[in-house]
Design a protein around this ligand. Structure first.
Ligand code: SF4
Ligand code: SF4
Length: 141
């Protein structure tokens, strides 16, 4: 059993294909869509969590790559630069999943990567530029 968050990029020519349908029907995976930026006729991006049988999951990843989708590993997307963080807390207010939070009693900001859904709100909210994204460089491993 595997549970993995991934990012899919759809080229314009396949953005309207029923990819989710195939993941469920052909690979028996559970699909939890966390974020979707899809415009018909334009490139789309989908962030989701897949869970199911390990072998079926790997086959599904290969199938998606074969269809021309770019598949990336979500954990590689958002980087918290603790050397830049001033622990001002601005990101903890805006983070929708509490991936960025104050740790008590010291009230130091921490980053729980497993809760991050790569909404990128913290990138704009952080005055110290302590949050970075590696979306362009991440490859599925
Ligand atoms: S907004 Fe930036 S500097 Fe402030 S606590 Fe969050 S990561 Fe640190
Ligand atoms: S990208 Fe979104 S979910 Fe992830 S830490 Fe930043 S605000 Fe939270």
């Amino acid at each position: 059993m595997i549970r993995q968050k991934i990012v899919l990029r759809f080229p314009p020519h396949i953005v309207e294909q029923p990819t989710i349908y195939h993941l469920i029907k052909d690979f028996d995976l559970m699909v939890n869509i966390l974020r979707a930026d899809i415009n018909p006729k334009k490139e789309g991006r989908l962030i989701m969590e897949l869970s199911g049988d390990d072998t079926a999951y790997k086959q599904a990843i290969e199938w998606m790559k074969g269809q021309g989708l770019e598949v990336m590993n979500l954990e590689q997307q958002i980087i918290w630069r603790d050397d830049r963080c001033t622990h001002c807390g601005a990101c903890t207010v805006i983070c929708p999943t509490e991936a960025l939070y104050f740790e008590r009693p010291d009230m130091i900001v921490k980053f729980a990567e497993d809760k991050c859904i790569v909404c990128e709100l913290c990138l704009r909210a952080c005055p110290a530029r302590a949050m970075e994204t590696l979306v362009e460089n991440a490859n599925f491993g």
